[in-house]
Design a protein around this ligand. Structure first.
Ligand code: SF4
Length: 136
């Protein structure tokens, strides 16, 4: 598939082929989540007590749901079945999503959400203001 053909695809079409990106809160950018059961290094480290992988977060809780497992394996299958096409599709998807994220951030900076005004009554009953004035 040519790069021009990829550029002409909609974001939904690209996601249908390689899966969606995630938005991990601890990361400064998008992520691409793959099944931890297929993690080669992790499968060795998981057996070692107190290693970083011994309590792997990606092998418990919501990662065990069928729909989540299906999505994780869909991404891995897309990556392994045609790595050449995958690399162009993922590059295009990341570019589009990151551009959108940066535009949203710039818009929020230009038009920050107004803070709720603090009424006089709220302020006078605020426990932290009593602590400040407490001079024993
Ligand atoms: S913590 Fe889990 S996902 Fe992370 S490297 Fe270890 S096994 Fe892989």
């Amino acid at each position: 598939m040519s790069q021009l053909a990829i550029k002409r695809q909609t974001t939904k079409d690209i996601e249908a082929q390689i899966g969606t990106l995630s938005r991990p809160s601890k990361m400064p950018c998008h992520g691409y989540s793959l099944p931890a059961t297929e993690c080669k290094r992790g499968s060795i480290l998981r057996k070692i007590e107190n290693s970083v992988c011994s309590d792997c977060y990606a092998l418990k809780n919501r990662y065990l749901f069928n729909n989540v497992q299906k999505a994780l394996h869909k991404r891995l299958d897309a990556l392994l079945s045609d790595t050449f096409t995958w690399q162009h599709l993922i590059t295009e998807l990341i570019n589009r999503k990151e551009k959108k994220r940066l535009l949203q951030m710039a818009r929020q900076r230009r038009h920050p959400k107004p803070r709720a005004p603090v009424s006089h009554q709220q302020h006078s009953f605020c426990p932290s203001s009593y602590n400040i004035l407490d001079t024993h």
